[in-house]
Design a protein around this ligand. Sequence first.
Ligand SMILES: NC(=O)c1ccc[n+]([C@@H]2O[C@H](COP(=O)([O-])OP(=O)(O)OC[C@H]3O[C@@H](n4cnc5c(N)ncnc54)[C@H](OP(=O)(O)O)[C@@H]3O)[C@@H](O)[C@H]2O)c1
Ligand SMILES: Nc1nc(=O)c2c([nH]1)NC[C@@H]1CN(c3ccc(C(=O)N[C@@H](CCC(=O)O)C(=O)O)cc3)CN21
Length: 288
Amino acid sequence: MAVIIDGKALAKKMQSAIAAEVAQLQAKYGRPPGLAVLMVGDNPASAAYVKNKETACLRAGITSFGKHFPASVTQSELEQVIDQLNADDRVDGILIQLPLPENLDAIALLNRLAPEKDADGLHPNNLGKLVRGEDGLRSCTPAGVMELLAEAKIDIAGKNAVVIGRSILVGKPVALMLLEKNATVTIVHSRTKNLAEITSKADILIAAIGRPEMITADMVKPDAVVIDVGINRVTDDAGKSRLVGDVDYAGVSAVASHITPVPGGVGPMTVTMLLHNTVCSYRRKFIQ
Ligand SMILES: NC(=O)c1ccc[n+]([C@@H]2O[C@H](COP(=O)([O-])OP(=O)(O)OC[C@H]3O[C@@H](n4cnc5c(N)ncnc54)[C@H](OP(=O)(O)O)[C@@H]3O)[C@@H](O)[C@H]2O)c1
Ligand SMILES: Nc1nc(=O)c2c([nH]1)NC[C@@H]1CN(c3ccc(C(=O)N[C@@H](CCC(=O)O)C(=O)O)cc3)CN21
């Protein structure tokens, strides 16, 4: 049976360290760090994120400026809100929840963020720094995945890492971070042929697909490290709603050497890295 990489436990440990640092910084600089999250519509994965993020901010002493808009909000209304938040001295981090409804231009909104407040590292300046291997604000979920691999003491250099998914939010940045740690990285996606043949050669398999329990034991190499990024809400036979990942946890945990559960794996680490990025931006404002 696979070792469970406990994201909830690591998140708890890191969030208490962040809370202690926030208390010190606030005493010194006179105001708490602030994080603004823009959410449009009612995506179920986004709703889970918002709830956990707000609790974590409260515990860490970070002020939340949550803004929830109906799906009918316009591009120019959101642009105005971003401009206000960019100019607001109480706000250190801004996050735009993805995906946005199709009528909105997400890229244009991400481009409008002040890069130094871009808490999810999705502004072109920050993505460019990641490509070049420079320090900068990095996407929270991929950064959380890397923290989980480090905590479990997984050797990355020279390993075959396969990332399923190529989104700007998860797949592409996590592939770059694995490459930075000297993995041999393959990215697969919906147009890939022979997907199972490629995934079954992975020493490290990262699933960021958005398809409930798609990765089954026959697609996984024995003793692989499996990180499940997926957050999918499904209704079981008894009519009860629950969260599942992109990996068939019961089947895959019988063949993998390490696995992250859903819930309790990557999700809590995403929240943690969001707090981390917000505090980094705050610190950078006061300490050059
Ligand atoms: N745990 C967390 O903190 C966290 C954070 C962010 C997202 N998530 C979850 O992670 C999942 C992925 O999120 P995302 O934002 O990256 O999603 P996304 O933008 O929808 O991207 C999904 C990727 O998976 C690929 N894909 C879809 N179906 C496939 C198939 N049958 N075979 C192979 N590849 C396939 C897509 O390929 P194409 O590019 O060819 O379409 C795309 O690249 C979702 O469940 C999301 O809720 C979790
Ligand atoms: N810009 C942006 N960045 C993101 O990281 C992001 C989005 N947008 N949009 C939504 C997705 C989904 N995300 C999530 C979803 C759930 C948790 C989370 O904390 N999940 C808990 C359980 C939640 C519950 O039980 O309600 C977990 O243990 O997995 C975190 C991030 C982050 N995501």
